[in-house]
Design a binder for this molecule. Structure first.
Ligand code: HPA
Length: 266
């Protein structure tokens, strides 16, 4: 960790990021719009090699609307075979760099049948359905406590700011519970029916590990899902990754506008 932080600090010099942003599938472009310092994951000691199609795999440091940001263009997924440690290491690094707020974004399927693909959902809570926990193992007391409270992972204050901003910009949004699976297979209709009974509104394959670690280490968290498709069995059509990417691309402009505006207010 020390080596990682030192390496990054040498590259970014006096720049001290305040807000971290994890850009999900199809939403990575946001980071391209600003003058920035870019560090590929593959160059950072302690970061695993990353190789997912459609994800760039780099940290982008930039000032956006008066705030200093560190953005992840591409994330590590558990379904790629990465350990939970690898998946959440960048979040710990952000914290060590001084980040106090994490905005975590993703593409997700609608479990609530009233949602419409293309809408954004502000995450009010999550259900960790991955069968493991990123905090298993020795606790790093310099970041957080052994048994951290998870009663408000997603900051109510930040949700309020996000709602206000969405209303100002006339961006349609929902609020709801995000359930994470390991993937990489999409869910069966029966699983989606079960997830609905458990209280889920959206389903995806990321975000929960990063949010748990962020909260554990004392960050405020805002979670935004881009609803890209109906989950299995909610509509008759089969699921595919291209649909997820296409919808995310369609929503991108609204998403970017919203993100830039709400960053001003954090
Ligand atoms: N299920 C799981 N993950 C997803 C989905 C889905 O329907 N859509 C986008 N990511």
């Amino acid at each position: 960790m020390e080596q990682t932080v030192n390496y990054i600090q040498e590259k970014i010099k006096e720049f001290k990021p305040q807000i971290g942003v994890i850009l999900g599938s199809g939403l990575g472009d946001f980071a391209d719009d600003f003058e920035s310092i870019i560090i590929p994951y593959n160059d950072i000691p302690g970061f695993e090699n990353s190789n997912v199609k459609g994800h760039k795999g780099q940290l982008v440091f930039a000032e956006v609307n008066g705030k200093r940001l560190v953005m992840m263009q591409g994330r590590y997924h558990f379904y790629e075979g990465h350990s939970m440690k690898t998946v959440t290491f960048p979040v710990k690094v952000m914290r060590k760099l001084g980040v106090e707020t994490l905005i975590v974004t993703n593409a997700a399927g609608a479990v609530d049948g009233s949602f419409i693909p293309g809408e954004l959902m502000f995450i009010t809570d999550h259900i960790n359905f991955m069968g493991t926990n990123p905090l298993i193992g020795m606790n790093d007391d310099s970041l957080g406590t052994r048994f951290p409270d998870m009663s408000e992972v997603y900051s109510k204050d930040l949700i309020e700011i996000a709602e206000e901003t969405a209303e100002e910009l006339n961006v349609e949004y929902q609020k709801g519970v995000y359930l994470s699976t390991t993937g990489p297979s999409y869910e069966s209709p029966s699983e989606i029916k079960m997830f609905r009974m458990l209280g889920a509104d959206a389903v995806g394959m990321s975000t929960v590990p990063e949010a748990i670690v962020a909260r554990w280490s004392g960050m405020k968290v805002l979670g935004i899902s881009c609803i890209t498709n109906y989950a299995a069995g909610i509509s008759d059509s089969p699921l595919n990754h291209q649909e997820v990417i296409d919808t995310a691309n369609r929503v991108k402009e609204n998403f970017k506008k919203l993100l830039a505006e709400l960053i001003k207010k954090i």
